[in-house]
Design a protein around this ligand. Structure first.
Ligand SMILES: Cc1cc2nc3c(=O)[nH]c(=O)nc-3n(C[C@H](O)[C@H](O)[C@H](O)COP(=O)(O)OP(=O)(O)OC[C@H]3O[C@@H](n4cnc5c(N)ncnc54)[C@H](O)[C@@H]3O)c2cc1C
Ligand SMILES: NC(=O)c1ccc[n+]([C@@H]2O[C@H](COP(=O)([O-])OP(=O)(O)OC[C@H]3O[C@@H](n4cnc5c(N)ncnc54)[C@H](OP(=O)(O)O)[C@@H]3O)[C@@H](O)[C@H]2O)c1
Length: 462
């Protein structure tokens, strides 16, 4: 007898995991879904990445919360694939496995001085200010006036804004208490954001860039001559509304002058970091090289060094040049791109093609790499789920085989092993606790920032 339902394990409770669950439930086929998540609290980067002063974005968690409440869905928080449960143990229990594990690390610059004290990956800084338990103990010394942020994406914008935002504003957010305390003592006055290519190539989106113009006590600046566009960049603006708006915003910043006491965010373009400089092991500046743009055959505008260098003095560097996936034991991994190799979402054994791993799928940043906003993961998950349904109908499932589960319930295995799993009820308790503490302080929530504290409130499922 075959099991009446398809049993699916989704690894990762971020947007990609939840949008996959949603698409599976919408398909109408009988399905039981277990969502397995490394941290006690769900929602991935919506909780641990999205900036604390951008609460409206986090309203998407209402959709995820409703999914968690569905009878067909169980939550396994504080359970890590590869640590608490092995892939083989999952293969024995589920028909289909979906990797929705995101990108849990950062891309390296590969330049000297990158690891000096005071040089940090944005990935860590973001996780720290958002209260990710693994970064609770990280140390960011804000006892300096100048910070350099490397990269021209929205994460670079987020970290720059958090560094200059007023304490009054920060104190109304769900920023981690330890980060709020550290920012209270911050001496940071100037943040210089370095883009290796030109303003027309920056990947910021416009509302994020424009926001600097509206922040109390903040002056955004740009060197006017770095806004001069070469003909190819000028042409590329045509029909590109975001980049055209970005140029207009930046031109507005070119004439801005700080008022007394303003913190300054200065955008520099066409400059690459060559070396993070230090003294006694601590960051003192970044040596940069001016670039020019070289158009490639496919139209891509590449930055090429001119040999002209200068030093930007600073006491802290934040490298915001992209996130990167990490391998999970037993799961194929494409080292070059830092993703799970796949064909449209079906996991394959090696990158660039190769045998399909039956019954295993990937979604979100683990599938595409670390780009795209929350909504991007919805269509992406739906496309993978369409393949899952196609494969199910063709009988291509994982190792569970015919005749019901080859092994028992995952909940029993974890209990026997003493894993302190947080279930949906546990998460609701934690959520209620954090939001109640927040209400008392006029904040959306006050996050608990260690696993122990979280488990003390959530309890562990029997
Ligand atoms: C700093 C930052 C700010 C952002 N701000 C915005 C924004 O304002 N608006 C917007 O639309 N988009 C924003 N994004 C983009 C958005 O967050 C991503 O598109 C989205 O989170 C990617 O979803 P995901 O599910 O693939 O990964 P994630 O959100 O990273 O979720 C992955 C989940 O997998 C879990 N996991 C990982 N490994 C394991 C394992 N071995 N076992 C069990 N669980 C595991 C993790 O704990 C996590 O919960 C931001 C991104 C960053 C980095
Ligand atoms: N508010 C929001 O909606 C929000 C907030 C945060 C994040 N997000 C989304 O999350 C995704 C990830 O954001 P992200 O900022 O991490 O990535 P990103 O948009 O890909 O930006 C990475 C930046 O790093 C630069 N870079 C890469 N390697 C470099 C090097 N060796 N030297 C110098 N610069 C280098 C890139 O420049 P090149 O272009 O030259 O490669 C690019 O400017 C994006 O899709 C973003 O939109 C959204």
């Amino acid at each position: 007898m075959t099991h009446p339902c398809t049993r699916v394990a989704i690894i990762g409770a971020g947007p990609a995991g939840f949008f996959s669950a949603e698409a599976l439930l919408k398909s109408g086929d009988p399905v039981e879904i277990d969502i397995i998540n490394r941290l006690p609290a769900p929602y991935g980067l919506v909780r641990d990445g999205v900036a604390p002063d951008h609460q409206a974005i986090k309203s998407v968690t209402r959709v995820y919360s409703r999914l968690l409440a569905r009878d067909e869905v169980r939550y396994f928080g504080n359970v890590t694939l590869g640590v608490d449960v092995s892939l083989d143990e999952l293969r024995a229990r589920y028909d289909q496995i979906v990797y929705a594990v995101g990108a849990q690390s950062d891309r390296r610059l590969g330049i000297p001085g990158e690891d000096l004290a005071g040089s940090h990956a944005a990935f860590r800084f973001v996780a720290w200010y958002n209260g990710h338990p693994e970064f609770r103990g990280a140390n960011f010394d804000l006892d300096c006036e100048d910070v350099v942020v490397i990269g021209n994406g929205n994460v670079a914008i987020d970290v720059s804004r958090i560094l200059v935002l007023s304490l009054d504003r920060l104190a109304t957010t769900d920023i981690a208490d330890h980060a709020l305390a550290a920012l209270r003592g911050s001496r940071v006055r100037r943040v210089t954001v370095l883009g290796r290519r030109g303003p027309a190539q920056a990947s910021f989106t416009n509302p994020e860039l424009r926001e600097f113009g509206r922040l109390a006590g903040v002056c955004a600046q740009v060197e006017a001559d770095e806004l001069d566009l070469d003909p190819a960049s000028e042409a590329a603006l045509e029909g590109n509304a975001v980049k055209t708006r970005n140029m207009a915003t930046l031109r507005g910043y070119a004439s801005a002058a700080p008022e007394d006491g303003d913190r300054v965010v200065r955008f520099r373009f066409l400059v690459s970091p060559l070396e993070v400089l230090g003294e006694d092991g601590r960051v003192t500046g970044v040596r940069i090289e001016r670039n020019r743009l070289v158009e490639q055959e496919d139209g891509y505008m590449r930055a090429a060094g001119t040999g002209e260098t200068e030093v930007v003095p600073c006491g802290m560097v934040i490298r915001s040049v992209g996130y990167r996936g990490v391998p999970i034991p037993g799961v194929p991994f494409d080292e070059r791109h830092g993703i799970v190799p796949n064909e449209g979402g079906r996991v394959v054994r090696a990158s660039g093609g190769g045998e399909i791993v039956p019954g295993e799928y990937v979604v979100g940043w683990a599938k595409r790499g670390p780009s795209g906003v929350i909504g991007t993961n919805k269509a992406d998950a739906a496309a993978t789920v369409a393949l899952m349904i196609e494969d199910r109908e063709a009988g291509l499932v994982a190792g569970r085989g015919e005749g019901g589960p080859a092994a028992g319930d995952l909940a029993d295995l974890l209990r026997e092993r003493g894993v302190r799993r947080v279930d949906e009820a546990g998460w609701r308790r934690l959520d209620a606790h954090e939001t109640a503490r927040g209400k008392a302080e006029g904040r959306p929530r006050v996050k608990l920032c260690t696993v122990e504290e979280m488990l003390a409130i959530a309890g562990s499922a029997g």
